[in-house]
Write a protein that binds this ligand. Sequence first.
Ligand SMILES: O=c1ccn([C@H]2C[C@H](O)[C@@H](CO)O2)c(=O)[nH]1
Length: 182
Amino acid sequence: MPTPLSASSAPDVEAACAAHDLTPAEFGALRDAAQGAKARAYCPYSRFRVGAALLTRSGAYVTGANVENASYPVTTCAERVAFGTAVVAGYHQQAQQQQTQADGQQGAGVGGGFKAVAVATDAVGPASPCGMCRQCIREFCDLSVPIIMFDKDSKFIVMKLEELLPLSFGPDSLGVPDPAKS
Ligand SMILES: O=c1ccn([C@H]2C[C@H](O)[C@@H](CO)O2)c(=O)[nH]1
């Protein structure tokens, strides 16, 4: 995690929801899911717990926590655990929904991409996703998707992906269909 951001200008929940097309219920559920996932973190080396929660456009919540390793670089961040889980469940693109249904599996609630990302830590002041995680989010989310960052006291900051990762490189840069737009 980079240096915690200042939460002094944190907007209140209602204003944040209005600005980012979320309901207060969704906002609360994202916070609870991210903080719940944080409690599952496996981080015996850093002791820095991180939880992530994704709200899918179909209304599901998918979570992840950081999973560390004695070989430090093998560690996976909470955000990337959450996206990996979501991809396997088929939430990342509309095309996956069709494929999943074609495979004869449960299609309900699957597909459609993501509406918001939340990250929770025990830091004083919200901490923001690392560069690698920003790039991972970029793979699957619209640039307008809000990233909500909660600190240990649930103080938060919300920023759009395009603010956290300007001039980003993504699937479209390689001429590949963008999962967030399919
Ligand atoms: O965006 C980030 C940045 C860091 N971490 C984790 C990795 C490691 O376990 C711990 C300290 O870097 O925090 C995350 O989960 N997400």
